[in-house]
Unconditional design. Structure first.
Length: 335
């Protein structure tokens, strides 16, 4: 029995958090005497014995935790554009973090699977009970009731699950304000809405309207461009009509699209991206942190599996990650 008991069981029985239970074994003097005695009594009643994984966790070493012990997980995605690498990049980071916790993760790409539910059933039969919903914008009805599920930013239709997401509103406003701080007076935003429109599109639009509402009556208001991802004629017309001196693009890919439209960046037009996938110094904007997204998703899923929380929860938790700005040559201070 003792080999099946984990420190999470001890924490639950003694009515304390996992971190408090771990601290009681790692550094007993840092835990109140009564609490420590309650934790040790619960451990004794349950027959708990520390093992290498628990010891690694107590010491703070994530590299050798081995929680999953080879348990398979599923990374579910539907890549819109075969040339895009959003899901692939996220999957690679997720596989790395899953491996650190002892899990094996397999990718199920819905765009190439004829019978998604059957494929999922086969993975379940092979022992997979944890599921990460990757950057997926299309959806088919699937029975996920047997799985612990965490969804990542960009997954739209399957609501009601615990999620890891970026601060879409905050980072959009921050990019607009940063351009203003650097001296740009006519900041325009290329929001490029998805088809069909997803929740994040609406949040970004609301953030731009909020930022514009802070401008004074004598300042230039450039309405955002809400077209599709590859509507170049509409982009050209928008640039000609409103003549912005800086553009906030959806991603760093817009930088090259603007240059192909003969925009002189940064000489005559500043540019920053809401999704900087390239963390070099060429493009300014919000760093898109696949690694942070993957780490939190795997850790959340590990928690759900430990407590056997399967299917849709009664109340979903949204974990909103902080964002970071990166300076770049595309948005220099305006003189």
């Amino acid at each position: 029995m003792s080999s099946q008991i984990t420190l999470f069981d001890v924490a639950s029985k003694s009515g304390v958090s996992f971190s408090t239970a771990a601290l009681a074994f790692r550094n007993p003097n840092r835990v109140a005497a009564k609490t420590r005695e309650r934790i040790f009594a619960a451990a004794k009643d349950l027959g708990y014995q520390r093992n290498p994984a628990a010891a690694a966790l107590a010491s703070g070493s994530e590299e050798s935790l081995g929680h999953g012990r080879g348990t398979p997980l599923v990374f579910l995605s539907w890549e819109i554009d075969p040339a895009a690498r959003n899901s692939s990049d996220l999957f690679e980071r997720t596989r790395d973090w899953a491996g650190r916790l002892g899990y094996e993760i397999r990718r199920l790409e819905l765009s190439v699977v004829k019978e998604p539910q059957r494929s999922l059933d086969i993975l379940y039969a092979q022992g997979a009970t944890g599921l990460i919903l990757g950057a997926t914008f299309r959806w088919v009805e699937l029975d996920l009731s047997r799985f612990a599920v965490v969804r990542c930013s960009g997954f739209n239709e399957s609501s009601g699950y615990h999620s890891i997401t970026h601060d879409v509103f905050g980072e959009t406003v921050a990019a607009f304000q940063k351009a203003r701080e650097l001296g740009y007076k006519a900041v325009g935003c290329i929001l490029r809405q998805h088809e069909p429109t997803i929740k994040d599109d609406l949040i970004r639009h609301g953030a731009v309207l909020a930022a514009l509402s802070e401008l004074g009556p004598g300042e230039r208001h450039v309405p955002p461009l809400l077209g599709g991802f590859y509507d170049l004629p509409e982009l050209g017309s928008w640039l000609k009509r409103y003549d912005p001196d800086a553009v906030i693009g959806f991603s760093d890919g817009d930088l090259w699209i603007l240059k192909e439209q003969n925009c002189e960046i940064p000489e005559k037009l500043g540019f920053a991206a809401l999704h900087c996938l390239d963390h070099g110094r060429n493009c300014a904007g919000i760093r898109y942190e696949f690694d942070s997204l993957a780490r939190h998703a795997v850790q959340q899923l590990d928690h759900l599996l430990r407590f056997r929380e399967l299917g849709k929860p009664d109340r979903a938790r949204d974990t909103v990650l902080s964002f970071a700005w990166q300076d770049g040559a595309s948005l220099p201070r305006k003189i």
